[in-house]
Design a protein. Structure first.
Length: 219
């Protein structure tokens, strides 16, 4: 099974795609070969989509096995198509690129510190999780600075002990630091992972993959 791949020639898989255990949402221009590889790696069915016509689906959508949060500017026809597969809600405040702002699994979510109470309530209701605001490596874009499954969490290598302890307490899972794509600290940008498997950008090294497999318990 090919775990290392690019989407539209780019190794930042997490920017272009978003996954749950059942589905992987990919941009319309993803090749059939890429789709087959993603479906095999993640054990999930691929759904082609866009968000307001944009192909950076991974930056604009984040969910779990219960629901999906989508950037507020998603078109009505797009969110209707997403809802054929999974419960979905819009993140309506000014900062709303859901994939960048939310780190979530099936029990918890860490979110951008500037998200409003209203946004947090929508996330709680849609994903059915406990939600806390926080940062990773000092970054507010926690969705790109980490990856969470129901088995473990991989985070930005500069995440502080205080940040890690907040996540351990919130998710009640082992947390480890790592990188992707030959040293990128934004692990969420280069890694797609669910409880069945993962896919990672082609520039990712063997030691980085070992860390991913160990942390997210694929060994």
């Amino acid at each position: 099974m090919k775990r290392k791949l690019n989407i539209s020639g780019s190794p930042v898989l997490g920017v272009f795609a978003s996954c749950t255990d059942e589905f992987v949402f990919v941009p319309h221009e993803a090749s059939q070969e890429t789709i087959v590889e993603l479906e095999e790696s993640l054990g999930a069915a691929a759904c082609r989509t866009s968000v307001s016509g944009s192909s950076i689906v991974g930056s604009l959508m984040r969910g779990n096995n219960t629901g999906m949060m989508v950037a507020g500017f998603v078109l009505e026809k797009e969110i209707r198509a997403i809802r054929k597969h999974i419960k979905a809600a819009r993140l309506t405040q000014e900062i709303n690129a859901a994939g960048n702002l939310i780190l979530a699994n099936d029990t918890a979510a860490l979110v951008h510190p500037d998200l409003s109470e209203k946004s947090i309530k929508i996330i709680q209701k849609t994903l059915e999780v406990e939600v806390k605001r926080g940062t990773l490596g000092g970054l507010k874009t926690v969705g790109m600075a980490g990856v969470a499954t129901n088995r473990g969490i991989l985070v930005h290598p500069k995440s502080s002990p205080a940040e890690i302890s907040i996540i351990e307490e919130l998710f009640k899972l082992p947390v480890n630091i790592g990188t992707v794509n030959f040293g990128s600290p934004l692990v969420g940008s280069g890694l797609l992972a669910n409880n069945k498997g993962y896919a990672v950008g082609e520039e990712t090294t063997s030691p980085e993959i070992s860390r991913i497999e160990d942390t997210l318990d694929y060994l």
